[in-house]
Design a binder for this molecule. Structure first.
Ligand code: DGL
Length: 268
């Protein structure tokens, strides 16, 4: 295709949490055209079945492919765990497919060989055991213990990220015996960068807190360079679609993206 490198990067999530990843992408790759889709009508996905999440992902990929996205970035741990392989097979050579788990696994391999790591995420991500499977396959002695922390997404979405109730829930989770004696904690959900400060307070800098958004954006940059797909045109265009529009999600974009963005309703 003639202007292939000018085509947008498609980024999707169950809702607006993936805007933390979109934000990192715009910071690392400011010249890229971005098309974001948040499936707000069906969010959250964290407690849904694998089959349901896979079906949603394929529907969203169809939309992103129709819009000629050169890359599809699954900006959601839950969806990356449940549907990455399927999405990659489905998309084939029509676009590059990136998830938010593999770049973090690469980062752990580089920096935490023979170390113990903790992870928090949704039930779907944690029960999939995806991080453990990928790390075990590398066979570099990284031990990972994961804990599902399902109360955190609703608290963050309600705008309670900075409130004591969130710090209390988080501290209760982090005190769990499974997360003892770790060198680093992976924030395995795209909402969690918003509560990174509470996690850091809890560990008082004795444990590294790993947020995947920048790691993923840098991996994406490397991939675009490798495939010679970086946008060479100056001006970038950013579009943000959602499957259900509410004033609350429109207002929350500021929290997740750092600035308010205009959400456009799009029915799949
Ligand atoms: N964005 C999802 C993730 O990273 C969590 C939100 C949801 O449950 O839909 O896992």
């Amino acid at each position: 295709m003639l202007n292939y490198s000018n085509n947008p990067i498609g980024i999707f999530d169950s809702g607006i949490g993936g805007l933390t990843v979109a934000r990192a992408v715009t910071q690392v790759l400011p010249q890229e055209n971005i098309l974001y889709f948040g499936d707000t009508a069906r969010a959250p996905w964290g407690d849904k079945s694998t089959a349901a999440i896979q079906a949603y992902c394929i529907q969203i990929c169809n939309m992103l492919l129709q819009q000629n996205c050169k890359v599809i970035l699954i900006a959601c741990n839950t969806a990356s765990a449940a549907a990455y392989e399927l999405v990659r097979e489905y998309v084939g050579n029509k676009a590059l497919v990136v998830n938010v788990i593999d770049p973090m696994v690469d980062h752990l391999r580089e920096h935490y060989v023979k170390k113990s790591i903790g992870l928090i995420g949704t039930k779907q991500t944690v029960h999939s055991n995806i991080y453990k499977k990928k790390l075990d396959a590398l066979d570099v002695g990284i031990r990972i213990n994961a804990l599902a922390t399902p109360l955190l997404v609703p608290l963050i979405e309600e705008g309670f990220a900075d409130k004591e109730i969130t710090a209390n829930a988080l501290h209760d989770y982090l005190a769990h015996p499974d997360l003892k004696n770790i060198e680093a904690l992976v924030l395995g959900c795209t909402h969690y960068p918003l509560i990174k400060h509470h996690v850091e307070d809890f560990y008082q800098n004795k444990v590294n807190v790993l947020d995947s958004s920048e790691i993923v954006a840098l991996a994406l940059k490397g991939l675009l360079e490798y495939h010679n797909l970086k946008n060479k045109n100056g001006a970038s265009q950013r579009r943000f679609y959602v499957s259900d529009f509410t004033e609350a999600s429109a207002a929350a974009t500021k929290i997740f993206f750092g600035e308010a963005v205009q959400l456009v309703l799009y029915h799949l």
